[in-house]
Write a protein that binds this ligand. Structure first.
Ligand SMILES: [Zn+2]
Length: 247
């Protein structure tokens, strides 16, 4: 099972089985687009909630990623949302392109949002999506720094708005697939993330700029800011980007 299919499977179980199978039954809806950015309000009103009651929300960050785009954490979940929207009968909310990344803020092109601001903004966003009558909100997270804030909001807003919210951290969900393909579980801007971006945006991968001294292993015994590397490996000596198009 490839990584997008695995995310699709989790999303479908969430949106369909937990909802008595209605997500599958509703697949007769034929919107002119799945992207909320491009829908007019009249069509949105016709679709939600009668024909579509699930929304995919990509969330990421703008920060250095070795030799792949600063927006990798936005582009990966956005691609996944496009891949699974029809199969989950969902709309796609505009990507939240900024996240919590204070230890990488010093790098060129990085932008970090404070945890307090981020949490407040996402809370308002999710409350408003629920007010738009989505019953299933699937958060496709591309950035580890957002996870704690998002986790706390999942329960809080699910309970207060009586909606179902699923948070998916794709790099964790697909670690077994990464192991199968690369023989390792990857890391930040490592084998798995680089390969995903290479599959979707090969023109923006700069393997000619890569050197192994950009990598370091994540280790709980120390921390530093700015982070002194832009590729972090989850396991020492494993997970280097391969730039192998076949993988
Ligand atoms: Zn990333």
């Amino acid at each position: 099972m490839n990584r997008t299919l695995k995310i699709f499977a989790v999303a479908l179980v969430f949106a369909g089985v937990l909802h008595g199978g209605t997500a599958v039954a509703q697949e007769t809806a034929t919107p002119t687009t799945r992207e909320m950015n491009y829908l007019c309000w009249q069509e949105f009103g016709e679709l939600v909630p009668e024909a579509i009651n699930t929304v995919l929300v990509p969330l990421g960050s703008l920060e250095p990623h070795g030799v792949i785009p600063n927006g990798t954490d936005n582009l990966a979940p956005e691609s996944m949302a496009r891949d699974i929207a029809v199969r989950t009968n969902a709309l796609i909310a505009p990507t939240l392109n900024y996240g919590i990344t204070p230890a990488m803020e010093a790098y060129p092109g990085a932008v970090s949002i404070s945890s307090k601001t981020y949490r407040g903004f996402v809370s308002d966003m999710l409350n408003s999506l629920a007010d738009n009558q989505f019953q299933n909100i699937i958060l496709l997270n591309g950035h580890g720094g957002n996870t704690a804030a998002l986790q706390s909001l999942v329960t809080e807003i699910s309970n207060s708005k009586k909606v179902r919210i699923l948070l998916v951290n794709w790099w964790s969900l697909t670690s077994d697939i990464s192991q199968g393909i690369f023989g390792d579980i990857g890391g930040h801007a490592a084998s798995n993330e680089t390969a995903y971006l290479q599959a979707s945006y090969p023109e923006h991968i700069h393997s000619e700029r890569y050197s192994q001294d950009m990598t370091m292993t994540t280790d709980a015994s120390w921390s530093a800011s700015p982070v002194p590397y832009t590729i972090s490996l989850y396991v020492d000596g494993e997970g280097y980007p391969t730039f192998d198009q076949g993988q």
